[in-house]
Ligand binder design. Structure first.
Ligand code: F6R
Length: 613
């Protein structure tokens, strides 16, 4: 959740750290800090100014020494300890020489703190992370060089971490390590870098390397060397990075969110590009499962969180319909702890934009441990989820910066439906001509999304009428149901208003009691088979005074009679509709949020990548 960066050997240490933190801010922005070291001296600055923390840090750093060549920086999303400067990283040991930054959670921090306090260490924050500074201090006191001190300290730590440690008495070295939380290393002549995410060091490093779990890296101006926790040398794998910085910038839009909403036609197009071989099989990005194994799958379990979970719920309908397989969708954070049943032939699909969401990774690990084969749907190449899976389909949505997910959702649905068609093909549950027809339909989604985007002004007009509303219900049936869930999530995240997503048929079993004048009901009515039923549900809420906003197809002539506002979308095969119908719902949430003066790219309390449980 937090962003970390480090640099050693640079003549532009301060600028590198501040630039990197700016780019990492989307990971967490409760507070920020840096530490610079030079020949026995540590210089530290920390600020807690919410979304302005890095800007405030810049001001604090005006008096920073310019000639220090090593430094670390951190932007925080608070877990243990309030978002105050005293809890901001870097944390120092008692001597002030050892400085650490940490992303993750040290689970046994209370017992370690008690032991260390008993030995005379004085803590200055209430974070879990600070224990590492004091553990390293102890081990340095026993004469261990920094690499070994960090390695031994981490042997005592339980939990998740991407960590970087400096010691002013060994100033040309940073030691970094990882367990579960993401970490990359970068190099350029005479300089080494580390970061939680590549964009932070993209324009500085010329080569990038992935650090795996329980690997410790010693970085110096001359390069790096890596060992495992036992001290045995390991080789870091070089990453192929083909982004440029522009992809991480707003490209002329007011914010990342509107840029990313606009990029959706391309996200779907790119995800589907060159996926089909002559024999009709699908090109995975990584494939370590045989066709036989895929054909013999008996049951599918999808695990994911938030928006990715909603994409997974769409996939349930597609896989069951097309491949005739029984499918379960689980909230990733629930899966691992409920003693899940994994029988022979269970295929688990982990869906995650970042590929670093800890709940999803832990769920797929648990499934693998119990013998399941795992397919990853991830937007980030070489993400932890992708690296550990037996097969990978990358969504090629491009870097998603805005905290609330938009283009990743449509790309995930496209990738999952492609996978559903492959399963259907291997199992012979759809005729080849039917698969061809569906694939053609899938390829036409991109154009329909573009048509929906062209109607953004209509949506903004409706949003302008709704600025006083406080309660929203989103209804849908069939795949319109996960679309409704996703529409409600977008509205919640972006506007901070109350919004619920419901299966329309479920409303009368309780929530109908909440419907009264002033409540807005947003109904996804595009499914031709369920059309009659959803219109009845709309009539039920209308009769109780709700204001109805309907997402309806261009050819729906009946909707105007029952809805107060209609957001039109092109008609398509129902399984593809979520990728098109979600567009007006994203735009509605976006326009309302802008109208209410919210920060659309950085909703309060949230972080882009959730690397804590
Ligand atoms: C919602 C949102 C989150 C993420 C969730 C999973 O707009 O962004 O709900 O979808 O945290 O993240 P990934 O897909 O990275 O695993």
């Amino acid at each position: 959740m937090c962003g970390i960066i480090g640099v050693v050997g640079s003549t532009e240490t301060l600028a590198t750290l501040l630039e990197g933190l700016q780019r990492l801010e989307y990971r967490g922005y409760d507070s920020a800090g840096i530490a610079l070291v030079h020949a026995g001296h540590t210089w530290r600055a920390r600020t807690a100014a919410g979304t302005e923390s890095v800007a405030a840090l810049r001001v604090e750093c005006e008096g920073a020494p310019q000639d220090y060549r090593s430094g670390i920086g951190h932007t925080r999303w608070a877990t243990h300890g309030a978002p105050e400067a005293v809890n901001a990283h870097p944390h120092l040991d008692c001597s002030g020489h050892v400085a650490i930054i940490h992303n993750g959670i040290i689970e046994n921090h209370s017992e370690l703190r008690e032991i260390l306090t008993g030995r005379g260490h004085v803590f200055t924050s209430v974070t879990d992370s600070e224990v590492v500074a004091h553990l390293v201090e102890e081990l340095r006191g026993r004469g261990l060089e920094l690499l070994d001190a960090v390695r031994h300290a981490l042997l005592e730590v339980r939990g998740a971490f991407a960590i970087a440690v400096m010691d002013a008495t060994e100033p040309d070295v940073i030691v970094a390590a990882r367990r579960i939380s993401p970490l990359v290393v970068g190099t350029a002549p005479g300089v080494s870098y580390l970061a939680s995410d590549v964009p932070a060091i993209l324009d500085r490093a010329t080569a990038f390397y992935a650090v795996n779990d329980d690997e410790v890296v010693r970085l110096g101006p001359e390069g790096f060397r890596a060992v495992d926790l036992e001290g045995a040398p390991v080789r870091l794998r070089q990453l192929q990075i083909d982004w440029d910085l522009e992809t991480a910038e707003k490209g002329g839009y007011d914010d990342f969110m509107s840029k990313e909403i606009a990029e959706q036609p391309h996200a779907v197009y790119a995800t589907l590009l060159d996926r089909r071989r002559r024999d009709g099989s699908i090109v995975f990005d990584e494939l370590r499962i045989s066709d036989e194994e895929l054909r013999d799958v008996k049951r599918v379990v999808l695990v994911a969180c938030g928006t990715s979970n909603h994409a997974a719920q769409v996939a349930k309908y597609a896989i069951e319909r097309w491949a005739r397989l029984s499918v379960e969708v689980d909230i990733a954070s629930e899966y691992r702890y409920r003693d899940p049943i994994v029988e022979i032939g269970t295929l688990v699909i982990g869906v995650s934009q970042s590929g670093e969401t800890i709940d999803t990774i832990q769920a797929t690990r648990e499934a693998q441990r119990r013998g399941a084969r795992v397919v990853a749907i991830s937007n980030i190449v070489d993400s932890s989820l992708a690296r550990e899976a037996d097969a990978v389909l990358y969504t090629r949505a491009g870097l998603e910066v805005s905290v609330a997910s938009t283009k990743a959702f449509v790309a995930q649905v496209a990738a999952l439906e492609l996978l559903a068609l492959r399963l259907a093909q291997l199992r012979g549950t759809l005729a080849p001509e039917e698969i061809d027809r569906l694939l053609e339909g899938l390829h036409s989604v991109s154009g329909h999304i573009a048509t929906s985007l062209g109607r953004r002004d209509d949506v903004a007009g409706v949003a302008a009428q709704l600025l006083d509303a406080h309660d929203y219900f989103f209804l849908g049936r069939h795949v319109g149901y996960p679309t409704a869930l996703e529409g409600a999530l977008k509205l919640k995240e972006l506007t901070y208003l109350h919004a619920e997503g419901y299966a329309a048929g479920e409303l009368k079993h309780g929530p109908l009691a909440l419907i009264e004048p002033g409540v807005i009901v947003v109904a996804v009515t595009t499914d031709p088979v369920m059309h009659e039923k959803i219109l009845s549900n709309v009539a039920e809420v209308k009769a109780r005074g709700a204001t109805v906003v309907a997402v309806a197809t261009d050819d729906d002539e009946r909707i105007d009679a029952v809805a107060d506002y209609v957001l039109r979308v092109p008609a398509t095969q129902s399984m593809f509709a979520p990728m098109i119908d979600i567009v007006p719902l994203q735009l509605l949430a976006y326009s309302l949020a802008r109208g209410l003066g919210r920060n659309v790219d950085r909703p309060r309390n949230l972080a882009k990548t959730v690397t804590v449980e």
